[in-house]
Design a protein around this ligand. Structure first.
Ligand SMILES: NC(=O)c1ccc[n+]([C@@H]2O[C@H](COP(=O)([O-])OP(=O)(O)OC[C@H]3O[C@@H](n4cnc5c(N)ncnc54)[C@H](OP(=O)(O)O)[C@@H]3O)[C@@H](O)[C@H]2O)c1
Length: 273
């Protein structure tokens, strides 16, 4: 029996984390979303029998929203939470197909705007989320704060495969990895595990492949080719069900002593796919 607070449960991986964690009726699962009406409707259609799911409104870029959501959560959990799952993220496609200098040359203002949004959501939003909810986590039993990160932020992998696309997104995730380390430094003596986990590459319907231009398709195929040379078993993106099953196993096995402040893959290692 555990209590979870998960951000970004309206769709994608967040919805799958909500689905899997709430499959045990003894768990209490709180989802934070920007559009509560939309998510309530989706849950009533797809998970209607689950009485252990509670949805609260919070845009993670709003510290006020998060503080209010923490109060609403405390009111139904006796002030305690076992797991924080920082899943919500801005997954841009601005940088998906071209290297960083090409993006900058073609659209410097667009690059700056997208980078600012990535930092606002993927970095500052998660700092606000942890700050608002850590007091509840400190009163819980399990004390695990997990951020959904990306292997694209691993400098060693970027260098070894010469991955020149996804630059802005990767930079935001690398910054978040350091946020994880800083929260670890601050809270390890109070027994809280802060850890980033990458789910691998997962198909959440981000691309309408039929609508990609030949140039975009070429960029994507180049990246897939690099992933295949890195992991010959890689056949393409995993399903959310498989990836999140692996992520949950990884956070179940993670300990403060072994993994505190680190970022690892859904396989529990630095093997990203
Ligand atoms: N899919 C992958 O292959 C993959 C790989 C590595 C890491 N990740 C990470 O996994 C996480 C989930 O990604 P996904 O693939 O499921 O993407 P997704 O389908 O685009 O879902 C993103 C989620 O984040 C929410 N969100 C975005 N901005 C928000 C904000 N300001 N406040 C609150 N919620 C916000 C979205 O809510 P709305 O519905 O309101 O927009 C949505 O629920 C992200 O952190 C992503 O970086 C994904």
């Amino acid at each position: 029996m555990a209590t979870y607070v998960i951000t970004g449960t309206s769709r994608g991986l967040g919805f799958e984390i909500l689905r899997q964690t709430s499959s045990d009726p003894k768990n209490t699962v709180i989802g934070l979303v920007r559009d509560k009406a939309y998510t309530d409707k989706k849950i009533s259609e797809e998970l209607s029998d689950r009485k252990n799911i509670h949805i609260f409104q919070a845009d993670i870029t709003s510290y006020e929203d998060l503080k209010k959501a923490a109060e609403e959560t405390a009111a139904i959990t006796d002030g305690k939470v076992d797991y924080l799952i920082a899943n919500a993220g801005y997954v841009t496609t601005f940088d998906s197909f071209d290297p960083i200098s090409v993006l900058d040359k073609n659209d410097p203002k667009g690059l700056a705007a997208d980078m600012h949004k990535l930092i606002d959501v993927n970095v500052i939003g998660n700092i606000h989320f942890y700050t608002a909810f850590v007091p509840l986590l400190l009163k819980g039993t399990v004390k695990k704060a997990i951020c959904i990160t990306s292997g694209m932020s691993d400098v060693e992998m970027v260098n070894s495969l010469a991955i020149d696309t996804g630059a802005l997104y990767s930079i935001s995730k690398a910054a978040m990895n350091l946020v994880t380390a800083k929260f670890h430094a601050e809270y390890k003596d109070q027994g809280v595990l802060f850890l980033g986990i990458c789910p691998g590459m997962v198909d959440v319907g981000a691309f309408d492949y039929g609508a990609l231009t030949p140039h975009q398709m070429e960029g994507l195929q180049r990246l897939m080719g690099k992933f295949m040379s890195y992991a010959p078993h890689f056949k393409g993106p995993a399903t959310p069900e498989k990836a999140i099953g692996d992520v949950i196993k990884t956070w179940d096995n993670a300990t403060l002593e072994k993994n505190g402040g680190d970022y690892i893959s859904h396989l529990g290692s630095k093997q990203w796919i």
